[in-house]
Design a protein around this ligand. Sequence first.
Ligand code: TYD
Length: 200
Amino acid sequence: MLISFEGIDGCGKTTQINLLKEKFDFQEIKYISIREPGSTPISEQIRDILLNPRNTEIASETESLLFASARAQIINEIIIPALNEDKIVICDRFIDSTIAYQGYGRGMDIKKLENINLFAIQKVIPQFTFYLDISVEESQLRLSQNGLDRMESSGYKFFNKVRNGYLQIAKSNNKRVHVINGLKSREDIFSSILSILELD
Ligand code: TYD
């Protein structure tokens, strides 16, 4: 089973992923957890290119393909082998990040991005996606203003488009994508997640 967490920067994904990992550890459920972009030596090198604030000249097409390349590498190196060993895979971001950030945020053609995603993931689709929804104002408050990476420096208007994109994605994939109010307490959010996963 593959579970992905999505949301704009500062939405609290990492906290929820850590709680879920603790739960799986406690129940002795076998899992692995990855973050995108990254998690393999090659994907981490791609991550450095993508997030380096000095790389201001990256074209949106390049950005889209690099995110997809990082994903293709994790799929081959980590996700497919883990699924074959019946492990649960927890992804901190997955395909929906590309549609929300590069599609709705940067304005790249969504259909083309979906095809690039499909090429990268070889039909591996999450069973559950948790989208933690917070306002852009809250996201900007939560991001420390120092040392923002290249994506985080994209500004209010960009994040507004990304958030609307996520809400649109959730609407069109309402069986898979669960919208969770990210302004609730971490305990409330976690108990919603557990009840959707039927682990409560
Ligand atoms: P990261 O530091 O991992 O952010 P977070 O902790 O919020 O997940 O940086 C990943 C950044 O890359 C984040 O701003 C979202 C962006 N991103 C895309 O634009 N497209 C993608 O396909 C993915 C996976 C991430």
